[in-house]
Design a binder for this molecule. Sequence first.
Ligand SMILES: Nc1ncnc2c1ncn2[C@@H]1O[C@H](COP(=O)(O)OP(=O)(O)O)[C@@H](O)[C@H]1O
Ligand SMILES: [Mg+2]
Length: 366
Amino acid sequence: MADLLIEGLTKRFGGVTAVDNISLHVADGEFVTLLGPSGCGKSTTLAAIAGLDQADGGRIEVGGTVYFDAARGIYRPPEARSCGLVFQSYALWPHMTVADNVAFPLSLRKVPGPERRRRIEEVLALVEMERFADRYPHQLSGGQQQRVALARTLVYHPAILLLDEPLSNLDAKLRDRARAWLAELRTRLRLTTIYVTHDQIEALSLSDRVVVMNGGRIAQVGAPQEIYERPADPFVADFIGTTNFLPARVVGAAPAGGRTLLELADGQRLEVVAERPAAEGSRVTIAYRPEQIRVAPEGGGGEDGSVLSTHVTSRSYIGGNWQIGLDLAGSPMRLEARQAPAGDPLRLWLPHSGGILFQGGADAAA
Ligand SMILES: Nc1ncnc2c1ncn2[C@@H]1O[C@H](COP(=O)(O)OP(=O)(O)O)[C@@H](O)[C@H]1O
Ligand SMILES: [Mg+2]
């Protein structure tokens, strides 16, 4: 068990800065996910922690042991670091049984026979694969192979666990099950874990904290609910969940916590409670989650929200609900409703509170 400290980590590939001055502290036993689009530097960060690749700058410490310190010229090779690394490709040895696959890291570390057998049994029970000890990898499903890969890592008791998109090779159903299983395992293990994914559901459901990355930098760090409900910028709002962005101009400024009056491109007006005041005349963008907005009730809805006229651009049945596409003053909006909207234009209800106001116009959401 150990904490992880990353300070000013930087890694360049030629002209590309893959990881750009990242700092992060992960507490002992904490489960932290690096989340972001492909190419944002997640795997490079993980590889630097594991020592697979030497970074250009910064410092990495695990449980007080310095793994890397560019300024002091310290670089510990991977075999001298206590990191359990699991990739999306399971990389099991095809000619070895499950038990032999799991035993391999122990023989490398010269763990004696009886102790080795005890640990193999223990770890296979942990990943619920004890019945499959004598099978070969090709006799297992993808999900089972991934569990063996995890067991092979856990068997040597690493100080921290590093998982790089471990579920992304599984099909959707298996992935759901593997995710639930991983969530359960995680509460039993209490092992410091860095989990890498581009899947927001995995990130939100598994993590103590989520680190959203964008272009090699950290865009936001926070608990899952905080990231979802209070995104720090339009990138985070857009990347996590579906978000409706509405560019507007401030026509009635208000102090923090007061109702700011906004005007849309087509002249319609709405009021929003902003946490930070926005200046009169300034351009802003409001972000709403699909579950925050509704079709306005017949003849009403103006009490705790604004009612605006929109055009219906699409309607699709998604099982239980309808997904409705709208055009509001030139901006696309998406919401779900129990019933397909009748008629066009459609009156849309936007709450006074709950939308998030960002400074800047339409390009802020791009
Ligand atoms: N070995 C490499 N050589 C050159 N460029 C690389 C190498 N590895 C990663 N990159 C680049 O660094 C950036 C970050 O990559 P990566 O960390 O793999 O992203 P992610 O895991 O978030 O998808 C990307 O622009 C990628 O093309
Ligand atoms: Mg990657």
